[in-house]
Design a binder for this molecule. Structure first.
Ligand code: SAH
Length: 362
């Protein structure tokens, strides 16, 4: 058993089963053994690959998005450029390089990286060692100084704790993780408080699962409130859905393959799909505007990934050309990341549609 498994077993034996949210929180963020506290999970040698690691085009297009949004905000200086969960710092590095051509942008921005992992902070420091704007690191978004801001978050929300609710013969109950004597297993816990599961699911089939995330809503509200008061915009990219439904999306990934979410606590990445309707709701409740969510493929096409790929292809050898074409397909195609991944933008209320969102509102 993993060291975190032993710790969780002792906790469950002393205090009873833990909620799925508490399980996720421990697996990902336990100060000693949490998945994100102990390693760099990205890339070929790690457990999973993300869009900015697939191609520089991803960060570059978001760089152009950021520069246009900065102009839409009235080109404030200074402007806080915040990234939540920046991984290896690749997106920020590609973003800053692409936006550097926009007069005034590089001088105006102050970069703020919100990252809890010491190992990834080190990777980010290396990735950003040659950039011009000052960079600061923070444990939480609340620690970023006030003022106009642009916030970017790719595959950040899915790493926050999610609650699951399970339909049983005695109504909807919180889904918990207990210890059976020879392993961890899911089991129903306390009844769901009234209003947790929408009424339309009252007669759902036995064992149906409904998911919520107080942590996702809280971060969304916090960023939206900052945008509403200080001005700014945000971009949240993640795999998720824009119409809530029933289903178990809790997923463990280890070595680029699906794993059992209860088998190796602390050693596998755990995620769930983001409910973008809830993110949009938290945004408008906090006084900002929500745009999207757009499928990632549409977002990148709208931003001109075709033209960007052509520009790169003009200077590429045969091998590089293949890589560029493959990367573009992975990012955009509906059967790759193009449809499952969604992009939601937040803006201050008096701003026009940000780039790529002209046709859509939540
Ligand atoms: N955005 C990057 C990395 C995604 S992985 C990319 O696209 O490649 C998730 C990232 O969120 C990691 O950097 C992880 O360390 C960070 N993270 C996870 N939980 C966090 C939390 N509660 N606060 C801040 N960062 C967190």
């Amino acid at each position: 058993m993993t060291p975190l498994g032993k710790k969780l077993r002792a906790r469950i034996e002393a205090d009873g089963p833990v909620s799925v949210a508490a399980w996720m929180e421990a697996c990902l963020a336990d100060p000693e053994h949490g998945y994100y506290r102990t390693r760099d999970p990205l890339g070929r040698a790690g457990d999973f690959t993300t869009a900015p690691e697939i191609s520089q085009m991803f960060g570059e297009l978001i760089g152009l998005w950021t520069a246009v949004v900065w102009h839409q905000m009235g080109a404030p200086a200074p402007c806080r450029l915040v990234e939540l969960g920046p991984g290896r710092g690749t997106l920020m590095s590609d973003l800053l390089r692409a936006a550097n051509g926009v007069p005034g942008f590089t001088d105006a921005v102050r970069v703020h990286m919100v990252e809890t992992s010491p190992a990834l902070r080190e990777r980010q420091r290396e990735a950003l060692s040659a950039i011009t704007p000052p960079v600061a690191w923070h444990d939480a978004f609340a620690d970023v100084p006030e003022g106009p801001c642009i916030v970017i978050a790719n595959e950040f929300l899915d790493a926050l704790p999610f609650c699951q609710w399970v339909k049983t013969h005695s109504g909807w109950r919180e889904r918990t993780v207990g210890w059976t004597g020879d392993g961890f297993d899911f089991m129903p816990g306390d009844p769901a408080p009234d209003g947790t599961v929408p009424d339309v699911y009252r007669d759902a089939a036995m064992d149906s699962i409904y998911e919520t995330s107080a942590a996702v809503s809280a971060v969304s509200a916090q960023v939206a409130a900052r945008i509403a008061t200080g001005g700014g915009a945000a971009l949240f990219i993640d795999y998720g859905y824009d119409r809530p439904g029933l289903g178990d999306t809790l997923q463990a990934i280890s070595g680029h393959a699906y794993a059992d979410p209860l088998a190796t606590p602390g050693d596998a990445d755990l995620t769930a799909h983001v409910d973008f309707k809830a993110v949009a709701q938290a945004t408008t409740d906090a006084g900002a505007k929500a745009w999207g969510a757009l499928p990632q493929g549409v977002f990148l096409e709208n931003l001109g990934i075709g033209a960007r790929a052509s520009a790169l292809l003009a200077n590429a050898d045969t091998r590089q050309s293949l890589d560029i074409a493959t990367a573009r397909r992975r990012l955009v195609d509906a059967d790759a990341m193009g449809r499952l991944f969604k992009v939601l933008a937040m803006t201050q209320t008096n701003m026009p549609a940000p780039p790529a969102f002209e046709q859509v509102r939540f």
